[in-house]
Design a protein around this ligand. Structure first.
Ligand SMILES: NC(=O)c1ccc[n+]([C@@H]2O[C@H](COP(=O)([O-])OP(=O)(O)OC[C@H]3O[C@@H](n4cnc5c(N)ncnc54)[C@H](O)[C@@H]3O)[C@@H](O)[C@H]2O)c1
Length: 311
């Protein structure tokens, strides 16, 4: 039995990860400020500490003693909010990493998994992109994710074993349907379930790499299975390109809605990326991870779950 600290464990991906760890009889402590996460997401059996990890005083609230790993998911997770409040984004994302990394070293906790983002790459014409591509983020959120990765590289010289996982567009049951600032699939789905006109920001030809939440959890678990990873950063996606038009059509089909469902096109923002798809060969080769869930199957599972929720 291992002991894990899951930050952001009241959120979408963190709660799914915590459930998976608890199911294998591991001890899970969740630290979360409930800003976008929910108390109801915290799985039975996990210990919970409510705290803002960007504040130095919160470190004293964390249990002392060695953890087998810290999985740091807590973050301001919205690109939109990052553009509105760059300082808050930096404090939440970089500040928490800068406090947790030395806390880990002090508590003899050396394994550190960080959920970074595909936004670190910025605007690139290449698809799929591998991890050797230069990182030139065009959003404050992408800049804060890259800054955290870079700080973790420096902490690696002090004895930390960090791995940054650059997540692509994660979707699945449990995604916050009430959060209109994060998650392309969940935002579209919430509008469709309410029967409201669907606002689409930017071109329908934009494309993304949609990865199912359980596949992301299995990627984190592959990273946890090694004491240190051969590389510091890995893409976590499917390698499959899906346009905004295709995802909207797939959701409309899955909900049995008319093909001419009303959709409103809204001008995109400067920080939005036209397209991004992961090259996943490095994580396959070095951490033995492969994505299992096909988009159609994952969307079906998410739609079935979403129909049971209040939007
Ligand atoms: N969902 C995606 O598509 C995606 C893509 C790339 C990267 N990521 C990253 O994965 C991680 C998890 O994302 P998610 O989709 O589960 O988002 P989420 O918003 O559901 O989860 C984030 C959690 O962190 C908590 N939190 C935020 N700031 C905090 C702070 N200062 N102190 C303590 N807790 C705090 C929130 O309450 C929430 O429970 C984030 O780091 C996010 O940036 C997500």
């Amino acid at each position: 039995m291992a002991r894990y600290l899951v930050t952001g464990g009241a959120g979408f991906i963190g709660s799914c990860l915590s459930k998976s760890l608890l199911a294998d009889n591991h001890k899970v402590v969740i630290a979360d400020n409930l800003s976008t996460g929910k108390l109801s997401n915290i799985p039975k059996g996990a210990d919970f500490i409510e705290c803002d990890l960007s504040k130095p005083e919160s470190m004293a609230l964390l249990p002392t003693g060695r953890f087998d790993a810290v999985i740091h998911l807590a973050a301001q997770s919205s690109g939109y909010i990052g553009q509105k409040d760059p300082h808050g984004d930096m404090q939440g994302n970089v500040g928490s990493t800068m406090l947790l990394a030395p806390w880990c070293l002090k508590n003899e906790t050396f394994r550190f998994i960080y959920t970074s983002s595909m936004t670190v790459y910025g605007r690139k014409a290449i698809a799929p992109l591998d991890e050797d591509e230069t990182c030139t983020p065009v959003s404050y959120y992408g800049a804060s994710k890259l800054a955290s990765e870079n700080y973790l590289r420096v902490f690696a010289d002090e004895g930390l074993n960090p791995t940054s996982l650059r997540l692509y567009n994660v979707y699945g049951p449990g995604q916050n349907l009430g959060n209109i600032y994060q998650g392309m699939v969940s935002i579209y789905l919430a509008y469709l379930l309410k029967g409201e006109e669907l606002p689409v920001t930017g071109s329908f030809d934009r494309y993304r790499d949609f990865v199912f939440v359980e596949d992301v959890v299995s990627a984190i678990r592959c990273a946890l299975s090694v004491e240190s990873s051969p590389s510091l950063a890995y893409n976590v996606g499917t390698g499959v390109k899906t346009s905004v038009q295709e995802i909207i059509t797939a959701l409309i089909d899955a909900l049995d809605l008319p093909a001419d469902y009303p959709v409103q096109e809204i001008a995109g923002s400067k920080s939005d990326l036209f397209g991004s798809v992961a090259d996943v060969s490095r994580i396959a080769k070095e951490l033995n991870w492969r994505c299992e869930v096909k988009l159609q199957d994952g969307l079906q599972k998410m739609v079935e779950w979403a129909k049971t929720q209040d939007c």
